[in-house]
Write a protein of this length. Structure first.
Length: 94
């Protein structure tokens, strides 16, 4: 897959910031965008901890993109980890 194709497919996700949201006082959690678009529907199978982790995904993705571009020799190992995570996120075979 070309870099342009990957970037196009990655831009199809609902833009962040995402918010973990509990439905009333039930055990159901979902993920909403700031515009209240449902990213992940309500489910009692999603725990609060998982909902919060999923909601942080856009910021974690951006962090990985920024870390992967670092060229400081002291941060090189972390940049490599970030590139490996981006490869998993973008569906590359590693």
């Amino acid at each position: 897959m070309s870099r342009e194709s990957k970037e196009a497919s990655m831009t199809q996700h609902t833009p962040g910031r995402w918010i973990a949201s509990q439905y009333m006082d039930t055990a159901e959690w979902g993920i909403l965008s700031e515009n209240n678009v449902i990213v992940v529907g309500l489910s009692s199978r999603i725990s609060e901890a998982n909902a919060r982790l999923i909601a942080a995904a856009p910021e974690m993705y951006q962090f990985c993109r920024e870390m992967s571009a670092l060229s400081d020799p002291y941060l090189k190992p972390w940049a490599s980890v970030a590139r490996a995570l981006l490869a998993r996120i973008e569906g590359e075979k590693t």
